[in-house]
Design a protein around this ligand. Sequence first.
Ligand code: AMP
Length: 216
Amino acid sequence: MSEQLTLALSKGRILEATLPRLAAAGITPTVDPESSRQLIIGTSRPDLRLLVLRATDVPTFVAYGAADLGVAGKDVLLEHGGRDLYEPLDLGIAGCRMAIAGCPGALAAAQHRPLRVATKFEAIARDHFARRGRQIEIVKLYGSMELAPIVGLADVIVDLVDTGNTLAANGLETFETIQSISARLVVNKAAQKLDNARVRELIAAFEAPDQTVGAP
Ligand code: AMP
């Protein structure tokens, strides 16, 4: 058993939403993770440290045991595949949905040929359309997915939608929601077995955010 538990957090909106949950459990970082350049951050709890990572790297760090626990979006977990990870808790934060969208009429126009799908979420898109028996061709992108249907790069996109403002601003419509997305707490399977009491205590702290961890 290592001396410190390591919790991996995703930069950006998940970090923003997770910090108040930690604070409610009496856990505060020793420096501000949103502005600090430190990659490993101590906390008010001597046996807990934080790693602040790019969202897509969180499942990898936890799966290999470089972090015992992590907070990551369900989108990132589905893309990763979730091997060697337990997912004990839906934190109900950073909520949005994974959707198929495009220019009006795009699905009908592509009815008799493989659908060209632009996305960063290749595994989610492939899995969804395979279950539908719909042949597709993936155009892998890393950002600004909304542009692809407008300039004719793809028939549709598979992307995260929050308010829907980005789609509306670009004249796109949602054809289907693939699934709801939120941030999840994930745990390394070995850490869950070997360090069970401390891991369970931290899971409980996330579950009941009004209780200070270690309080009598
Ligand atoms: P919205 O205009 O509020 O629907 O937001 C859509 C844009 O924000 C898209 O470009 C998405 O890729 C991105 N987005 C929405 N929700 C999330 C999220 N939970 N994590 C990361 N990016 C997101």
